[in-house]
Design a protein around this ligand. Sequence first.
Ligand code: F6R
Length: 610
Amino acid sequence: MCGIVGAIAQRDVSPVLLEGLKRLEYRGYDSAGLAVVDHNKQLQRIRVLGKVNELQEQHQSSPLQGGTGIAHTRWATHGKPSLDNAHPHICRNQVALVHNGIIENHEQLRAQQVDAGYDFSSETDTEVVVNAVYEALQTTKELLQAVFRTIEQLEGAYALGVINKDEPERLIAARKGSPLVIGVGIGEYFIASDVFALLPVTQQFIFLEEGDVADIKRDKLTIYDSNQQIVERPINVSELSSDVADKAGYRHYMLKEIFSQPNAIAESLENRIEDGRVVTSEFGQNAESIFQQVKSVKIVACGTSYHAGLIAAHWLEEIAQIPCQVEIASEYRYRKSVVVDNTLFVSISQSGETADTLAALQLAKKSGFLNTLAICNVAESSLTREAELVFLTHAGPEIGVASTKAFTTQLVGLFLLVIAIAKQNGLDSKQEAMFVKQLESLPGRVNQLLQYKDDIENIAKDFSDKHHALFLGRGSFLPVAMEGALKLKEISYIHAEAYAAGELKHGPLALVDDDMPVVAVAPNNNLLEKLKSNLQEVQARGGKLYLFADKTSEVESTDGVYVLKINALYDFMAPILYTIPLQLLAYYVAVIKGADIDQPRNLAKSVTVE
Ligand code: F6R
């Protein structure tokens, strides 16, 4: 989704802006641009339809120099990807602006501005904002008041960076519904959509709150809240180093992130377990007394995070014997639902900025739930600030658009939650210690599974010329199959669907032929025999089967059936373990297809709009 960088400094800010954009690439984008106020108090701008590298090349051949500037990567929402639609947008060579979010009343504002004689050079919803700032500036004569007047007219979500050629020592930032952070330097300030963009220039950050407007000068920062009152916002010192965004020798961020899972899981467990017991207070100070009252759980999330919720529902019902419903956030937020007494609302999100998940949480807070919990990978995200209880997964920054380590660490957080709730529901300390042991075994077992990478790379060759694939699973492995299918489709563009294996004969079997590879996860559990008969149905129709099975499963490779026997003994950790080969499969298929793995087409890492 769109990325914003801005800077105000004594030095020339273009290199900082370009590096910042590079580090925001993972969010997904189709065009990029940069504008500065130059030393002659004129606005200068360059834009490209394409990658930040091309913007860098253009900048090298005609550098822009100035101490105040804004830059942007655009992910098209209103208007196709094009040069004219790329940000920054400029009104009458006076004001330049970058925007992330969606202005919902842009059509109405556009009509008013057309009547007032404004020309439009783009199809974006953003251009009305820069025009509105310009219009207000004609009376206010200074940028801060002009931005205040402008945002009063806006409906929807925005993070904004605005500069005015006549006030070269000023940068205005504003946020509502879209993330924006201020980087505090020595005698210089920066803004960005997230901290990674600014790590090369500062470790100190201020997270703007909803409705905040920041008036930023080189030596002075003033923040106004939504009532236009001056407020103090704390400075947070980030522990991230600037090389977190490096690939560490891996070909893609996604591969680096897949291989960092043993470490990410270990980090997510640290301090959460003590002497064989789950530390319930890691969910919040009063988590224990809240969990004592939980009679049911509602989980809401999107995409991969939704799949994590589906697996957790199996755990909750089996281990804690607590009913659990899981729902896609974009569905939940627009339907009337019934809240059962003493239901804990759990939202799951890697980024903590997903618009639908956030809106679902906001709705839940008004709907009579016992309490709300966010399981999230980003401290200080909108979701963690909104929820009453918070569990932070310590996966570290995830740059590849396809979620991998965020997913497995969400599952770790969810398993801890299940145990913490189950303790209030009769789970004894012996059982708790047994589950904790399973959790503690995870980093080592995930590491063992990563060693199958060469086998999986080999299988991947069979998929690269296929257009469709089926993924099968049963029980808590159905969401694992769903996650495997999602990974394959999003990075290799092969159409992939997941089915509960028992559903095959109710429809999808009609699709199976020798051109449709079928992938199945086959843990050695009570459903293995049933799964085996489902698989025979596939084999009988000439479908080629790829089975990820446990060493003890007693299934062998035969004609048309490839069995990869993995070391994944069946226990509650098995859904996490079986995810690993599926991640690797999607990755290697995409490598063979030459796809843009870390930034798949049309996708964004952080989906901050509906
Ligand atoms: C797929 C993927 C997405 C996200 C979804 C929700 O690999 O990453 O499906 O899971 O967009 O994002 P978060 O978890 O940030 O709310």
